[in-house]
Ligand binder design. Structure first.
Ligand code: NAD
Length: 511
């Protein structure tokens, strides 16, 4: 399609001129629901606009799903559950692996769509698609290893523990990783033998459609994967109350997690809750501080900070604090702000205007409490959800940017003198998803790994999300896991089968 916008606009932020790269234009798909193996329009009178976060232009409009259409999806998962469960794990694995390959084959197109609706740079969107394919492959293999066990007993009896799929799943996915978060729920559910209904985020329906398409095109039978788009609370209330769903998995905010947990409890539904984090980073002085600063900043500003396991609160030893800040400033000054779809962009807009308002308030609060701006700090006026990458020093621990999950491109750095003090302050949060430590001392690293209250610890790395390892939090960050052996296991239940030889003496009653 022809270009409709200039390559960039120039705007004024905190008295500095900044260039913002504008979107490349290409077709964005029509948004549909996927129910019982068919792509259909929503039947509701209400509708949703998908907005380009770089310009606030409407990319597409779609009508919401109705209760009647949700009943069809519920009926579909109910009817397909037995057939999918009884298919051999090898056959299921083939279908799932094919879906991974389809995502890879379509990576460039999917990346463009994700950048358009979510705002992240194209290279990040491509990486998301490939990471999703890796997770799907992992699940395809892991589904073949859902072993039970035989427990030692006397000669006349056998004690067996078998695994079974938990049953139909409802998944609620967010807008920050529209492809990955869907893949990380659909693949393990299917690998374990469970059909699924996905409710994707309103802002990013096309990323979810891409994953669902890959599974459908790979041969998942009709009804095994469904996609519903509409009013979140109406969908969760209807789907979880129907008496069909046996497992709910959410990636989202703490308040929504609590709402869905309550609803699930009322209907005896198992839960996995991945509810975000506020990850501390502790930097000791016995390591290459320039290199650590570069890694920390790269990770912090990825996806404009909208990453639940992102390093968020930076505790840097006083001896290397200034050097760390200077290295981060150099990195941040080179960030090119713009629409995700512009190839030169290295940081995109925030996914929705709610985040911009939250960040604006958090920034003002930090400055009121004495924080200094080391760089950035501007929020460009005009359409688009742009926030400058911002580094703050002298931040009070009580300020919102430190105490709450900021989910934006603000990097607060504080200094510490004593490691015990840093660990105590790092743990002073309701969240417990990830934490990161950088030190040349293994003894210190292992001590911090033990003492930091989090589901994941990165030692001299900012990467804690891998297909092979369990991803999940403690405290308000939720419970349950995605990825790793555990990511499939959460979709399985155990059955104990106790068997006694009828010809043997006794009645098989020991206690
Ligand atoms: P939100 O809580 O309003 O919505 C989050 C998601 O939950 C949306 O996709 C929405 O569709 C869905 N949702 C809302 N109410 C629901 C309900 N009753 N039933 C089912 N689904 C429902 O949050 P937001 O404004 O989109 O994001 C704010 C915060 O959410 C962020 O600060 C962050 O803490 C958290 N978040 C976390 C992750 C993560 O990866 N854990 C991802 C996105 C957002």
């Amino acid at each position: 399609m022809g270009k409709t916008t200039p390559d960039y606009i120039t705007c004024l932020t905190r008295n500095e001129k900044r260039e913002i790269l504008m979107p490349a234009r290409d077709a964005y798909p029509a948004i549909k629901q996927f129910i019982e193996g068919r792509w259909v329009d929503g039947d509701a009178d209400t509708s949703e606009n998908v907005l380009d976060p770089a310009t606030a232009e409407v990319l597409a409009a779609y009508r919401h799903v109705t209760a009647g259409q949700l009943d069809c999806a519920l009926d579909a998962v109910s009817r397909s559950a037995r057939g999918w469960r009884d298919l051999s794990p090898l056959h299921r694995s083939d279908i799932i692996r094919r879906a991974a390959q389809l995502l890879r084959d379509r990576a460039d197109r999917i990346a463009f769509v994700v950048s358009s609706e979510q705002g992240k740079p194209l290279h990040e969107a491509r990486a998301e698609v490939y990471a999703s394919a890796d997770i799907i492959d992992w699940c395809a293999e892991e589904g073949r290893r859902t072993y039970g066990r035989i427990v030692p007993s006397d000669n006349d009896s056998r004690l067996m523990v078998t695994t079974e799929p938990v049953g139909p799943v409802a998944a609620f996915t967010p807008w920050n990783f529209p492809v990955l978060t869907v893949a990380r729920k659909v693949a393990p559910a299917l690998a374990a033998g469970c059909p699924i209904i996905v409710k994707a985020a309103e802002e990013t329906p096309a990323g979810a459609m891409a994953v669902v398409s890959a599974f459908a095109d790979a041969g998942a039978p009709p009804g095994v994967v469904n996609l519903a788009l509409g009013v979140p609370a109406e969908i969760s209330e209807h789907v979880l109350s129907a008496g069909i769903v046996r497992k709910v998995s959410l990636t989202g905010s703490v308040p929504v997690g609590r709402t869905l947990s309550r609803l699930a409890a009322e209907h005896d539904i198992r839960t996995t809750m991945e509810l975000g984090g506020n990850a501390p980073v502790i930097v000791e002085p016995d390591i290459d501080v320039d290199e650590v600063a570069l890694r920390c900043a790269t990770s912090k500003f990825r996806n404009a900070g909208q990453v639940c396991n992102s390093p968020s609160r930076f505790f840097v030893h006083a001896a290397v604090h200034d050097r760390f800040v200077a290295a981060v400033q150099r990195f941040v000054r080179d960030i090119r702000l713009g629409a995700g779809t512009a190839e030169a962009t290295t940081m995109g807009p925030l996914a929705n205007s709610r985040r911009v308002e939250y960040v604006r308030r958090a920034l003002a609060d930090a400055l009121d409490r004495g924080a200094q701006i080391a760089c950035g700090g501007g929020i460009p006026s005009g359409a688009g959800n742009f926030v400058e990458p911002t580094v703050l020093t002298e931040v009070a621990d009580s300020s919102t940017v430190f105490a709450e999950e900021i989910f934006g491109p603000i990097m607060p750095i504080v200094r510490y003198h004593d490691l015990d003090d840093a660990i105590t302050r790092a743990n002073a949060t309701t969240y417990g998803l990830a934490s990161f430590v950088f030190t040349g001392s293994l003894a210190k690293a292992h001590r911090m790994a033990r003492e930091l209250e989090a589901g994941m610890v990165g030692i001299n790395t900012t990467v804690v999300s891998r297909a092979e390892t369990p991803f999940g939090g403690i405290k308000a960050s939720g419970h349950g896991f995605e990825s790793g052996l555990e990511g499939v296991d959460v979709y399985l239940r155990r059955k104990a089968i106790l068997e006694h030889d009828p010809a043997a003496p006794g009645r098989g009653v020991s206690h």
